[in-house]
Design a protein around this ligand. Structure first.
Ligand SMILES: *[C@@H]1O[C@H](CO)[C@@H](O)[C@H](O)[C@H]1NC(C)=O
Ligand SMILES: *[C@@H]1O[C@H](CO)[C@@H](O)[C@H](O)[C@H]1NC(C)=O
Ligand SMILES: *[C@@H]1O[C@H](CO)[C@@H](O)[C@H](O)[C@H]1NC(C)=O
Ligand SMILES: [Fe+2]
Length: 444
């Protein structure tokens, strides 16, 4: 295993080191003299439990008060049962689930278990055990009302920077983890999905992780695996049926007064597509009294002033931006570009106080390094940008106010490097008019 990954990574790292020695990296310092973080080593997280023990445990929200527990066993006899309760070591409840597995060329996955548990009380700690064996895990359910805090970070990967990001995330409490695509960077090397599952287990077994797909999840192989997403769909099932979607690649869910739309950058999105149709219906169902906040996540950014991946989200923006704008979506988070960038509120390439605020947060810790170059001259729509690893936090205080912050990784401390207060569009009178009557078009 170690040998196999070495050949995978040592060459690029060597090349990177060589380039670094030959051409010292330009410091793109924009607001300080912080030294950019270079790419770091891949971490392989070995399987250290017995074959019948659960591994790669992670949880995700299902409906109003349920949780899906997902895990993998090497042993095919292991049962898909979750025992749980609110006291350590005492399991008053028990649910049976389903299992699946998949094959990718010569790789056969372990037994993938998915068990939905609940109804659960909000804002409550539960203790649980998977398959009747192995360690006890625990999680806290999100609150049913504000305040609620989301951690948001994309392009996670499994490097030393990933480990550092996750440690920083864990240092202060939050309720739900949102990931706008690019999880394991397995890129068809299936054992890396298992390694990723083990790396994130301490975090993903404790708080719900809600994800959408990135390009590194595609794993299409012509003729043999023409549809892709085999590993992703088997390992990271999301509650798409509950929102009327027919694909794990796009869905929505609600938690504590927030409607969250997970779009699929790598699923058809044009006007005739099922995704477009579903999005239209989903937006029409939103009740801003019940969920005053509406946020969207997707992988390839619609607004991006980095030289990396320029224009890749453009056709999706052209197809769907108007829908989000008319529905007064508050915030759109993307990944893909390995840097942090915050924009103003925008509609159709213009500052618009009734459009969503756009954020790129693709700086979780991938193995490809940072996207160092931003376009010059700087777009007036882009208010803050920095190529450093880190994570974001969205703390929704109440119906009207939320605080967004970006936390740069800095070895031992996560430094708060950017922060802004946001008001929900559901609360802004000027934006409750129909969008076409021009009230909206004013500079912020
Ligand atoms: C959740 O529980 C904690 C402590 O048990 C409490 O301080 C907090 O106010 C609760 N949050 C909500 C939104 O109910
Ligand atoms: C919401 O929170 C903000 C920030 O703390 C505060 O100024 C505002 O008064 C609160 N609004 C309501 C309705 O509680
Ligand atoms: C970042 O970490 C270094 C080393 O731990 C420390 O010296 C420096 O003060 C930190 N930077 C900031 C902005 O806190
Ligand atoms: Fe990506």
């Amino acid at each position: 295993m170690a040998k196999y990954t070495k050949s995978l990574i040592s060459f690029p790292i060597l090349l990177h080191t060589l380039c670094f020695l030959l051409f010292p990296q330009p410091l793109l310092s924009q607001d300080n003299d912080f030294v950019r973080q270079p790419a770091s080593q891949l971490i392989i997280t070995p399987h250290q439990r017995s074959n019948s023990d659960p591994q790669q445990v992670h949880i995700s929200l299902v409906g109003k008060d349920k949780m899906r527990v997902s895990w993998i066993t090497e042993d095919n006899e292991a049962k898909s049962v979750v025992e749980y309760g609110t006291k350590e070591g005492v399991y008053s409840e028990k649910s049976m689930g389903e299992h699946t597995s998949y094959q990718y060329f010569f790789y056969n996955s372990g037994k993938i278990h998915n068990t939905v548990i609940g109804p659960l009380e909000p804002n409550t700690t539960y203790f649980y055990k998977c398959g009747g064996l192995g360690p006890e895990f625990s999680f806290k359910t999100p609150p049913s009302k504000f305040p609620i805090e989301f951690v948001i970070v994309g392009d996670l990967g499994q490097t030393e920077w990933t480990a550092s990001t996750l440690k920083h995330v864990d240092k202060s409490d939050y309720d739900v983890f949102l990931l706008p695509g690019d999880l394991s960077y397995a890129d068809s090397q299936q054992p890396l999905w298992d390694s990723f599952g083990r790396l994130v287990e301490p975090y993903a077994s404790k708080r719900p992780w809600m994800v959408t797909e990135g390009n590194h999840e595609i794993e299409i192989f012509p003729i043999i695996y023409p549809n892709g997403f085999k590993a992703y769909n088997a390992r990271w099932p999301m509650p798409f049926q509950q929102s009327g979607s027919n694909s794990n690649l796009y869905y929505s869910f609600e938690v504590a007064g927030t409607h969250i739309i997970m779009l699929g950058s790598y699923s058809d999105f044009n006007v005739e597509s099922q995704q477009y149709n579903w999005l239209q219906l989903d937006l029409a169902k939103i009740d801003r009294v019940k969920t005053p906040w509406v946020i969207t996540l997707l992988h390839a950014p619609w607004y991006n002033s980095n030289e990396a991946h320029q224009g890749e989200g453009e056709s999706m923006r052209q197809a769907m931006e108007e829908l989000l704008y008319e529905a007064r979506v508050d915030l759109v988070f993307a990944g893909h570009v390995h840097a942090y960038e915050r924009f103003t509120r925008i509609y159709d390439n213009q500052a618009d106080s009734c459009g969503p605020m756009y954020v790129t947060i693709g700086d979780g810790g991938n193995r490809e390094g940072l996207a160092l170059k931003f376009e010059k001259p700087t777009s007036p729509l882009s208010l803050f940008r920095e190529p450093s690893f880190g994570h974001g936090r969205l703390r929704i205080l109440n119906e009207t106010h939320a605080h967004w912050s970006w936390h740069r990784n800095n070895d031992t401390n996560a430094i708060v490097a950017d922060g802004i207060w946001i008001e929900s569009l559901s609360n802004l009178k000027a934006c409750s008019e129909t969008p076409n009557n021009q009230v909206a078009h004013e500079e912020l």
